[in-house]
Design a protein around this ligand. Sequence first.
Ligand code: AMP
Length: 188
Amino acid sequence: MKHYILFGPPGAGKGTQAALMVEKFNLRHISTGDLLRREIKAGTELGRQAAALIEKGNLVPDEVVEGMIAGELAAHPHVKGFIYDGFPRTVAQAEVLDKLLADRGEAVTAVISIMIDDEMVLSRIKHRALLENRKDDADESIIRTRIANYHAKTEPVIGFYKAEGKYNEIGGEGAIEEIFGRIEKVIG
Ligand code: AMP
């Protein structure tokens, strides 16, 4: 099975590109953000706890998302592979993913990092706020917290995958199809 990680700051276009990859390569999309929003919508205890963190722009605990990933892997045994979007967001999560996959005799295939700068993050998310109704997109100070958390906690994941020789970087500016073309070049 293929295991592709779509990496990048919030607003980089990971969800949009993941949808195109699903269509073209018949992969299963796992977005931990979407899974958490589903829990919130369903009003579960996990959702209530996650909402308090998400609405402030903070990460939810590693164990919570790791459990979700294990559940998704187990629930879809017959797919060609997975695209991870918004996961791993910490080095600890990357280590757990490696272990989960090693237990299956598998490994991360490639990491594709969609690069945009902080100012573009801000403008993309402000634009998304007009289209989607996400509380964490609605307020500039919350977006700035998410950017700060990305630099502090998520960026170190880059070094983890560079060390494994799996890290690829592409520009996140330009048209959606153009960016998808860059992804296709990486995953062939
Ligand atoms: P996203 O839709 O990927 O932007 O995620 C929305 C929010 O959900 C993030 O700002 C975090 O609060 C939370 N979240 C999503 N994925 C993770 C993760 N892998 N680890 C921790 N928190 C996450």
